[in-house]
Design a protein around this ligand. Structure first.
Ligand code: AMP
Length: 193
């Protein structure tokens, strides 16, 4: 199995690249942000709990997202692999993911981080907010909170995968196709191993 963690701050381009990667490699896309927005749209208790935190740009509790991912892994048995997008966002989530994958005998193949500076992220998210309909994209204060959450709680997840020699990073500024090609080069190396 090919299990990729696509990593980077909000606005780095993870969603865009995931769409291209699922097509090329036949993977299942697991985006905790999309799953949470689905819960909100359905008005579930979980969605209600997550909604106010997301509107403030804060992370939702680890137990909530780990539970969602566990469920999705179980309901997608016998697949070529997964792209984890927006997950894990804390070291506790990364540890839980390793545990979940042990039972599937299919560990994380590696992490690819998209590097984009904070000013460019803020610019991209404000632009995306014009037509994404996402409340958390349109507001500069919430955007800055999301970037701060990333720097405080999520950036250490890179160290976790560096410790396992599973970390790669690429420049996330450039054309969509250039960035895609750089990610594919890394994945193709893993596949040759
Ligand atoms: P995203 O679509 O990945 O930008 O996520 C949007 C929002 O959903 C984040 O700002 C968080 O509030 C929440 N969220 C998504 N994924 C996670 C996660 N793995 N852990 C905690 N909160 C998350």
């Amino acid at each position: 199995m090919l299990n990729l963690v696509l990593f980077g701050p909000p606005g780095a381009g993870k969603g865009t690249q995931s769409q291209k990667l699922i097509e090329k490699y036949g993977l299942i896309h697991l985006s905790t942000g999309d799953l949470l927005r689905g819960e909100i749209a359905q008005g579930t208790a979980l969605g209600l709990e997550a909604d106010h935190l997301m509107k403030e740009g804060k992370l939702v509790p680890d137990s909530v997202v780990i539970g969602m991912i566990s469920h999705k892994l179980d309901s997608n048995a016998a697949v070529k692999g997964f792209i984890f997008d927006g997950f894990p966002r804390t070291v506790a989530q990364a540890e839980a993911l390793d545990e979940l994958l042990i039972s599937k005998a299919a560990p994380i193949s590696g992490m690819v981080a998209l590097e984009v500076d904070d000013d460019e992220l803020e610019r991209r998210l404000l632009l995306r907010g014009k037509d994404s309909g996402r409340a958390d994209d349109a507001n500069p204060e919430v955007i800055r909170k999301r970037i701060k959450e990333y720097n405080d709680k999520t950036a250490p997840v890179a160290e976790f995968y560096k410790g396992q020699s599973k970390f790669s990073s690429i420049n996330g500024i450039g054309s969509v196709d250039e960035i895609f090609a750089a990610i594919c080069t890394i994945i193709d190396k893993w596949l040759k191993k």
